[in-house]
Write a protein that binds this ligand. Structure first.
Ligand code: FES
Length: 108
């Protein structure tokens, strides 16, 4: 958690602003969908935003990198193995020229 007062004039990106537009997903969101990470979804906004920050600064995160970056994001449903796999997939999507950086948002 970070109080807004500590952010000052820095730019803030929320889960709603993570995708390039309403029809395209960020690589982390794409990976989350591919691996069906969410269970109840309660923790997922925080998980996704932490993963996006990690992938933005680390193109090939290790398990230790992921554990450190995701520390403090608790999931009562225990989706941690899928989260770790999805972070690695998101990094792969972000760095691989073959894979699109964004995909269409599934309907429904
Ligand atoms: S998906 Fe349920 S708390 Fe994380």
């Amino acid at each position: 958690m970070m109080p807004v007062s500590t952010v000052g004039r820095m730019k803030i990106t929320t889960i709603e602003g993570l995708a390039a537009d309403a029809k395209k997903l960020h690589p982390v969101q794409q990976a989350w969908c591919e691996l069906d990470v969410a269970q109840c979804g309660y923790c997922q906004s925080g998980q996704i935003m932490s993963a996006a920050a990690l992938v933005a600064g680390n193109p090939a995160p290790t398990d230790a990198d992921i554990d450190a970056a995701m520390d403090g994001n608790l999931c009562r449903c225990g989706t941690y193995p899928r989260i770790r796999a999805a972070v690695k997939r998101a990094a792969e999507i972000a760095r691989t020229a073959k894979a699109p950086a964004v995909v269409a948002v599934p309907k429904g």
